[in-house]
Each structure stands twice: as structure tokens, then as C-alpha cells.
Design a protein around this ligand. Sequence first.
Ligand code: C5P
Length: 219
Amino acid sequence: MTPAFVIAVDGPAASGKGTVATRLGRELGLPVLDTGLLYRAVGVLTQGAGEDPDDPAAAAAIAILLTAERLEDPALRTRAAGELASRVAIHPGVRAALLDFQRAFAHQPGGAVLDGRDIGTVICPEAPAKLYVTATPEVRAGRRWKQLTGQGEVVSFDDVLADIHRRDARDGGRDNAPLRRADDAALLDTTEMSIELAADAARRIVEAARARWEKSRSG
Ligand code: C5P
């Protein structure tokens, strides 16, 4: 099998990783998977089934049956869905159930872009291009607040900032696949960057990684 050119984009909530991943996919003609949607879908479906998202067995049973069509639901973009996602994402059974889907997506012919928390560390540690996208909690909260209010949600900046801090603590503090920068991931701090600048910087990082990858394969 030809090795796939996988681009792993990790980082905390609202760091800009989703936009960076989407731009990279468009510019390079690669499919993009927002892996946060998988956890959001499991959280929303678990609660919708009347089960407790903090119950590992209940959430894992939903994760095993998850299909790609479920990822289209706009309800997955809400603040409540993000909170549910980070609760079910703690369960090892949920993470294990979602592993094959993510790896199959990554290894499709030609390659793919995946964004999440553990793509470069757990899902595709062999990815030839890895980025860790971050920004200060205040800047991330500002971006998330704008997105949520743009979708019609009524929420204060302070509440969104509290969400960001809580999610950072939960995602970084869990035992299983905690959020962390892979040793070989390029750091992209978007605190003072427009999306254009961040996307340009990401493209340069990926182009350099691609050149190294092609060289290593031809040599
Ligand atoms: O990226 P997004 O905000 O949609 O992710 C929602 C939650 O899903 C995160 O806070 C995290 O707990 C979980 N997640 C994860 N691993 C991923 C992607 C998301 O644990 N690869």
C-alpha cells in the first residue's frame, strides 16, 4: 500500500485548528475530518437516548454504532454539544470505538487532513506532517463567543471563557490520550494572527514536511 500523506492538526478548543485544517484540505485537494464531531455526536446521541454521558458503557455502546451521516447534524456545533463531547471523550471505550474510523479516513489513497486532540500522538503518530495550533484562552474564548452568538446562541464572554478553561483542564488532564503537543509537531500560535496569516503559516509548514517526506521516500 502506498503510504498516505497524513496531516495531523491538533490543539485546544477554538485555537483555529479547524479553519487551518479546512484551508489545508482545500488547497491541497485532501479530504478533511473534524474528529471533534465524532465525540460531539457520541455525547449528543448518548444524552438523546436518555443515557448518562458520564457512564462509560452507555457512551461506548453509542460510539460503536456511530455512522458518518450523524456528523452532518448542525446541533453538533452548539456549546452544549462541545461540553458533552469532552465528557464522553474521557472514556477509553469511546476512544477505542472511534479509532478505526479515524485511521481508515487518514489512510485513504492520497492522504487526508485530520484535526483533533490526539491525531499526532495516538491516531496517526506516523503522520509526516504535524501541527499543534494554539492561542491564549482569552483569544480562543473571543473566537468561540463570536461563533456561538453568530449561530444565535445567547451566552456571555465570561461563560465561554469558563468553558474553555474547564475543557482545557479536562482534555489535558485525562489519563487516556490527553491533549498534548507531539514532540515532532510544529507549533503554530495563532494568538496574534489573522486566519489568513495562520493558514499561510500552516501551508508553509506542510509544504516543508511534504518535501522532507518525498525525499525520504525517494531516498
Ligand atoms: O474540537 P472540538 O471542540 O469539536 O472537540 C470537542 C471535544 O471532543 C474536545 O473538548 C475533546 O474533549 C474531544 N475530542 C477529543 N479528541 C479529539 C477531538 C475532540 O478528545 N481528537
